[in-house]
Every structure is written in C-alpha cells, then in structure tokens.
Design a protein around this ligand. Structure first.
Ligand code: CAA
Length: 381
C-alpha cells in the first residue's frame, strides 16, 4: 500500500491550506456570530478551482480526482466548516450529480457556471417528514406533458438562499413509491418558488440553511435529470459520494481542533510547566492523533475507491460514520485542553465543537450510515 500523495496532490493541499489561513481565518468568528455567508471567499474559491474540482475541464472544472477534493475539504474545514460545506454540496451533490447523470444540454447550461463558482447549487431532498426516511417524499411533480407542476416544502437546505440552481427531488407517480420519484432542476426566480426563513443554527452558522416552498412551479421537462422515475436512485448515488466529502469535512474539523490543542498545550503553563508535560494532557493528544489518523485512512480509502471505479457505498459510509464521531470527540477534548479559554470564542475550538455536530447528522445521520454499512456487510459473501 502506498500512502504517498503525488506532487500535484501536495500542491493542491498546500494551496487550500494557504487559502484557509489567508482568506478564511480572518473574520471567521464574526461570520459565525453574525451568520454571514462567505460571499467573497466563495468567489475566490471558484477562481482557485475549488467549486468544481472533479468536473471535466471542458465544463470549466479542475478535472481532479476525489482524493484531491478530499485534501481540499480537509484543509478548508480545519479553519471554516461553513465555507467547506458550501464547497462540498456544490462539488459532490450538485456538480457531480449533473455531470454524471445530466443531459448534454443541462451540462452546457448549468455545469460551467457551477464549476467555476459563478453560481452555486443546492440539493433538495429533505422534507419536514422525509429526513432519514427519504423515500417518503411529499413534494409532488405532476406530469403535464411538456412540463411538471411542482408543489411542496423542502427543509434544511444548504445554500438555501445563495444558490441559483436547485436539484429538487419530488414524487411524480405515487403508486410507484420510490420508483416514481424524479429529480428536477429548478432555477431561482421561477414563479411560485419561495425561499423560507433562514435557520438559526448551532454550528456551520456562516452557511445559509433555509426551507423552500414550491407553489405550482412550472418546471420544463428538459429539466428532469435522467429517465422518468430515476430521482431516488439519483439521490442515493449522489449522496454516496457526498458522504465522502462530509467525512473529509469531519476529518478537517478534528484535525484543526487537534492542531490548536497541541499548540496551546505547548504554550500554556500550569504547575510550573507547559501543560503538554502533564500526562493527562499528553495522553489526550495521543488519543486524538491516533483517532484522526485512523479517520484519515478511512476517508482516503473511500476517495480512492471512487477514483478506482470500485463501489464506495460501504467505504464512504464507514468514513463518514467514523470521521464524524472522531470530530465530535476530538473537538470536545480540544475545548477541555484549552480549559477556560476553550469556552471563549477567540480560541476557535468551541466553534469547531459546534460545527462538528452536524457531520453526524447531514447527508445521512450516523444511524443511517449504520444501516448502509450493516446491509452491505450482511449481503456480501
Ligand atoms: N446507490 C444506488 N441505489 C441505491 C443506493 C445507492 N447507494 N441506496 C439505495 N438505493 C436504491 C435501492 O437499490 C432501492 O432501489 P430498488 O428498489 O430499485 O432496488 C431504493 O434505492 C430504495 O432503497 P431501500 O429499499 O434501501 O430504501 P430504504 O427506505 O430502506 O432506505 C436509506 C434507504 C439508505 C435509509 C435512505 O433512505 C437514506 O440514505 N436516507 C438518508 C437520506 C439522507 O442522507 N439525507 C441527507 C439529506 S441531503 C443533505 O444533507 C445535503 C446537505 O444540504 C448538506
């Protein structure tokens, strides 16, 4: 097994690290506090090629592999998980979904703008009564010949008000259950499409999360992704890759908190010496480092599976399950190592702890990952 990153991957990793330090770190506390979307930073990330990392250059993308994407997600998330979720949704759910399953016309029309960050996208699956139970879609897309009439409500949508393009999952043929679901491309500004209030969140407060309402929205049939009834498969296949991005986000949050805690432990003195000299602190750091390395290998393995054309449902779910658990545990310990300062916003770790929680919830909760993992291991030989 070769764990060495290529020169190109190391360069991309360094570019993301520099960007995060220079452009995300200044103002990250203020953006979190004010729930301010990082508009300028998203534009810069578009210019750096971070918004369409795996997209073919002929559609304006960077044409890189999933491992490079994961490296970038990790570095951005060490500093600002609000910015990294915007990158993740745009890359893995919207761009990848469109490039893999969209028509040529859809790619021409939307992908180039999405991949360069000129516009951003949102992925709209969750509903008030269809979160984990994603087949229970109540949003309807009624077939009217050359168009659909879309009605319903979507919840907790990342990039809810900032996006221009929304991939909306909706039920067309109720009698066919999940086989009667479609995925439609909806544009901001279509008549009857309203953006609901912004959620006031525990973490990733710089990203904008909204409910969306669709009232008799006319969506042309050419905006359907794939064949009639492909919508649920589209959502599942897209989310399988999305989970690798969120796993990388969790890994970055954990690694960011660990790096800060390690640095702090070598500066802060108690009982006449740096606190890193106390075994109580040194052992915490040892556990954190070990868990993060284990999470990193799971995340990289899932990315490599995707790059090698292997099935990544299982490896992606394991990576997300474990990395998000490590993010939660590590950030709690990072706050503990910082003591009273850890409870103060200036030291960043309390924000990382709040940000970590969502990685156990979105793009499939930890419990959903266990469903995916257990089904996979029990049906294999
Ligand atoms: N790839 C392809 N097809 C898949 C699939 C996959 N990874 N997983 C499931 N399917 C298919 C199944 O094969 C089945 O199709 P057939 O009937 O044709 O065989 C169909 O989907 C239904 O599958 P199940 O019978 O397994 O459905 P289920 O209801 O038992 O459970 C589930 C499926 C895994 C629990 C699924 O509902 C799920 O993943 N739920 C979580 C949803 C989720 O992740 N939501 C996140 C919201 S998006 C978000 O957070 C984005 C953001 O903004 C950050």
């Amino acid at each position: 097994m070769d764990f060495t990153l290529s020169e190109e991957q190391l360069m991309i990793q360094q570019a993301a690290r520099d960007f995060a330090q220079q452009e995300l770190l200044p103002g990250v506390i203020e953006r979190d506090e004010a729930q301010k979307f990082p508009t300028d930073q998203v534009k810069m990330m578009g210019e750096l090629g971070f918004m369409g990392m795996m997209v073919d250059p002929k559609f304006g993308g960077s044409g890189l592999d999933t491992l490079s994407y994961v490296l970038v997600m990790e570095e951005l998330s060490k500093i600002d998980a609000s910015a990294s979720v915007i990158v993740s949704v745009n890359n893995s759910l919207v761009c990848w979904g469109l490039e893999t399953f969209g028509s040529e016309a859809q790619k021409e029309k939307y992908l180039a703008k999405l991949a360069t960050g000129e516009i951003i996208g949102a992925f709209c699956l969750s509903e008030p009564e269809a979160g984990s139970d994603a087949t229970s879609q109540k949003t309807t897309a009624i077939d009217k010949g050359d168009h659909y009439i879309l009605n319903g409500t979507k919840n907790w949508i990342t990039n809810g008000s900032s996006a221009d393009v929304y991939l909306v999952i909706a039920q067309t043929h109720v009698e066919k259950a999940h086989k009667g679901i479609n995925a439609l491309i909806v544009e901001k500004g279509m008549k009857g499409f309203e953006i609901g209030p912004k959620e006031n969140k525990l973490g990733i407060r710089g990203s904008d999360t909204h409910s969306l309402n669709f009232n008799d929205v006319v969506v042309p049939k050419e905006n359907r992704i794939g064949e009639d009834g492909f919508g649920f498969k589209f959502a599942m296949k897209t989310l399988a890759g999305g989970r690798i991005g969120i796993a990388a986000q969790a890994l970055g949050i954990a690694a960011g908190a660990y790096e800060m805690a390690k640095k702090y432990s070598k500066e802060r003195k108690a009982f006449g010496t740096e606190i890193s000299n106390h075994q109580a602190i040194a052992f915490k750091l040892a556990d954190m480092h070990t868990q993060i390395e284990a999470a990193r290998f799971l995340v990289y393995k899932a990315a490599c599976d995707k790059d090698n054309g292997a099935n990544y449902d299982l490896s992606g779910a394991m990576a997300k399950l474990y990395a998000s658990q490590v993010a939660m545990e590590t950030t709690v310990e990072a706050v503990q190592i910082h003591g009273g300062n850890g409870f103060v916003k200036d030291y960043h770790v309390e924000r990382l702890m709040r940000d970590a929680k969502i990685t156990q919830i979105y793009e499939g909760t930890s419990e959903i990952q266990k469903i995916v993992i257990s089904r996979s291991i029990l049906t294999s030989k």
